[in-house]
Design a protein around this ligand. Sequence first.
Ligand code: PLP
Length: 430
Amino acid sequence: MTSRPLPGHPQLHYRDDALYLEDQRLSDLAREHGTPLYVYSQAAMLQALAAYQRGFAGRKVQICYAMKANSSLAVLQLFARHGCGFDIVSGGELERVIAAGGDPGKVIFSGVGKTRAEMRQALQAGIGCFNVESEAELEVLSAVAQSMGLRAPVSIRVNPNVDAKTHPYISTGLKDNKFGIAHERTVATYQRAAQLPGLRVVGIDCHIGSQITEESPYLDAMDRLLDLVQAIEAAGIAIQHLDFGGGLGIDYNGDRPPAADALWAQLLAKLDARGYGQRQLMIEPGRSLVGNAGVCLTEVLYLKPGEHKNFCIVDAAMNDLPRPAMYQAYHGIVPLEAGATGQAAQVYDVVGPICESGDWLGRERSLSVAPGDLLAVLSAGAYCSSMGSTYNTRPRPAELLVDGAGTHLIRTREGISDIYRNERLIPAKA
Ligand SMILES: *Cc1c(COP(=O)(O)O)cnc(C)c1O
């Protein structure tokens, strides 16, 4: 037997011609559970977490998994068991953390549009920190906390105005983004926060974007953040923790993001050089912990040759894998049984059944496939299931977590009546 790894995808490999995740043959799982099917590797998630933990060895750090990347309860449970807190962006996500056994005291609440109800819910749960994104939000949060006889722990998200050099929809650290407080307003905003009776200033944070594959935007943001810490503390306001957000990229298509430990070695050297190395640190990685730990399995339904294009129509679609339609994103697509068909390779656009031309999963892919063959869409651990929908009344797929030679069914396939359970017919005509 020969084993051939897929670079950038830990735990995914071919044994002879069959694709495995850990010790599970993926075609077996597809046959047993049906397609489309998400399959995640527990070992790959823990390996990704371990790279961060190594990078921070000997430091005071709280890793808060940005759960919007993949908010399956079992995934949250796994990270909670390994010491993670969570970065949340809604009251619903907080409920998930609690349902998964996570510690609300290790939760930070990000997002530009927190409602009063969400603020109350988070205060009641005793969350660790609100990452506040505007001056108006500060005032409301203070009033809500005061009305409950509490002081809300706050950090202010500053916008360092650096270009993360990523897709415009996932770049968040530029002046014209909706996120954070402008660099120039930061000290004044902290002064206001320090005066408000319902608040307790605890930290500062930034998050400059997602799928960042270079070190320089992080290093620049770090310098700007530390300049601000210096100015805020010079104004007499103590900052206990520094939160650098998430955003580290993964290898989708030959991308070469820095490894988490290598990136943090550089960032920590900068922190040390400027005298902040022993501060309490927080980070909010999402994609880099789960993205390449998962695949989405799909079956080829039809091959449709055309004058200019050939289409390979599969049973997964943009509702299961929204990133290509949303960001023109690339996902690798590979066969579960290589060389099984004996078909000559042809170039296909791989598309789903949804009635939208935007419903494509991959363009101009060379594949040797026949109807009935199984494919894996790679890098499907982040921003796929969590961003999925039931558009076209397509039920959400089942999800599996592989652990060595065992698997856990962590989400059953949705039924059609689950989709319309909350809908009501209008009264019958008299
Ligand atoms: C989405 C998000 C993250 C995680 O981003 P990744 O690119 O998935 O690492 C972290 N912090 C905040 C505030 C976010 O909105």
